[in-house]
Design a protein around this ligand. Sequence first.
Ligand code: UT7
Length: 322
Amino acid sequence: MTLRSVLIGTGSALPKLAVPNAEMAKMVDTSDEWIVERTGIRNRYIAGEGETTSSLATAAARAALEAAGLEGKDIGLIVLATATPDQTFPATATIVQDAIGANGGMAFDVAAVCSGFLYGVGVADAMLRSGMATRALVIGAETFSRILDWEDRTTCVLFGDGAGAVVLEAQDVAEDGPGILATKLHADGAHNELLYVDGGPSTTQTVGHVRMKGREVFRHAVVNLADVLGSVLAEVGLTSADIDWVVPHQANQRILDATARKLGLAPERVVVTVDRHANTSAASVPLALDTAVRDGRIKPGDLVVLEAMGGGFTWGAALLRV
Ligand code: UT7
């Protein structure tokens, strides 16, 4: 027997307002054709009045708890990944904690932008296996629309808002049983200027807007994601042929295709939601995971790999048996 963090529930939430590409073309000089051809995005959801990172995160957390058959009081650790917290402090995780009634346990945010959920999973997995908690909620939640420059067509068409959550439970399982088998996390701060926000409390005292050199980020993404997928599989002696599902960060359909090609993965094993949700940063992997669990594609026993890459740069992958 071995102690593992086992996935026992998933959930997600989206804002009410769906914004198809045609609406974006009314705001900036772009077209449905350009966005679909270059990114695969057809639609995104944008938070309206009263919808915040914490409200989306809370809805996703409640759905994940319900799927796990648990209540807030059963959760000892909340790790919330976001680059768009409700406030600079307190951590958005503490707002969710109070809303779901998990008061008294641990709750904090992690900042690794689009890789934030993978960092959250890595941290929660280590804390669960070291005995610091028995059950954890890991949440990725964003209202990226609030840090977009709505006059910059090179970025504003790419992102959307949403939240996804998972419940992990420390369990003693058989060697071939369920749970997180390996995680790999990386960062390289030399590439800060390729993807960043031009503001913050300690520099401009403003929130700032997303700035990205898309073509350069694209190149790094394909190389780093293929590398980290290969190494997380190698860690447990597996290859891409063993994988049932890849749940990637949903930034661009062309990145998903190029990464799958590099690893020799069949496209039908890749979960794609970028067409519906656009890039929701830290929310994109758990949103896609919940989508594929709820529509019945991902089943108990499946071997699933999660991966993401984002600002920093940061990137990572996690391998789990469901
Ligand atoms: O989540 C974090 C990780 N982020 C990513 O992974 C994003 C990675 N990058 C990308 O997905 C792609 O690089 C983009 C989708 C951002 C851009 O696609 P691209 O094929 O690399 O286009 P490009 O930046 O090379 O731009 C091509 C042309 C440019 O015009 P010129 O210079 O060729 O005349 C742009 O000005 O497309 C123009 N363009 C647009 N045209 C219509 C840029 N944005 C738009 C737009 N609508 N929204």
